[in-house]
Design a protein around this ligand. Sequence first.
Ligand code: UDP
Length: 253
Amino acid sequence: MSRRKKIYEGAAKILYEGPEPGTLIQHFKDDGIALNTQKQEIIEGKGVINNRISEFVMTNLNAIGVPTHFIRRINMREQLIREVEVIPLEIKCRNVAAGSFCERLGLPEGQILPRSIVEFYFKTEQGNVTLVSEEHVTAFNWASTQEIDDIIALTLRVNDFLYGMFSAVGIRLVDFRVEYGRLYENDMARTVLADEISPDSCRLWDVLDNNNRLDKDRFRQDRGMIGEAYTEVARRLGIVKDHRLVAAQNEGA
Ligand code: UDP
């Protein structure tokens, strides 16, 4: 592994050069990072679980015609993906008010929104993530108007799919964050879903108990049992059978 060329290392993932041109290997780490890197911790087994959950979600999205960068999972911590030109925006989609949205609009946590809301954020070179309007996106050429339309349409499809998938296993999808990239085919650029979809990037509440958080807020808010909560999501989705199995797989990773 050490001889592979590292392309990029982020908070929770590493990208390595892939086996063929146009491919990369996405490696999921156990690191938990929040509050703009002020809070860091190793959450044992998190990378293994997120790799599996993201594989499950991306495979199903591909199956319903949502283009993604995902090709296939290679091992417990890694997946083969298509290399894309990253669109420099973070997209958040919200069904229920939570987190920074409550602070910004003065809404109580848990308020159901009148409709699903898609937001654009830009990450500055200093690492600050700021809410921006479509006007900013086109003025600074971060994405074209066609790409904005594609991103909104795809994000709402992803939201509908995820909402149904999680509802079926007793989980409320409060909100999530995604990223997109450009995949060049001949001279045409196609907008494809990139990054990951996992409890690190979604707010997931137990439908029977809004206070039972099955996502990264457990880490952000020092609630503990983070690995267990992520495993619970994977178990409910039928991806892993129980906690011991994950521990055993983790040892073999
Ligand atoms: N989120 C993420 N990465 C980030 C910040 C947020 O994946 O760096 C996700 C977060 O888990 C939640 C959604 O984006 O599912 C909306 O987050 P919000 O803006 O409310 O985040 P906060 O500012 O409260 O962390």
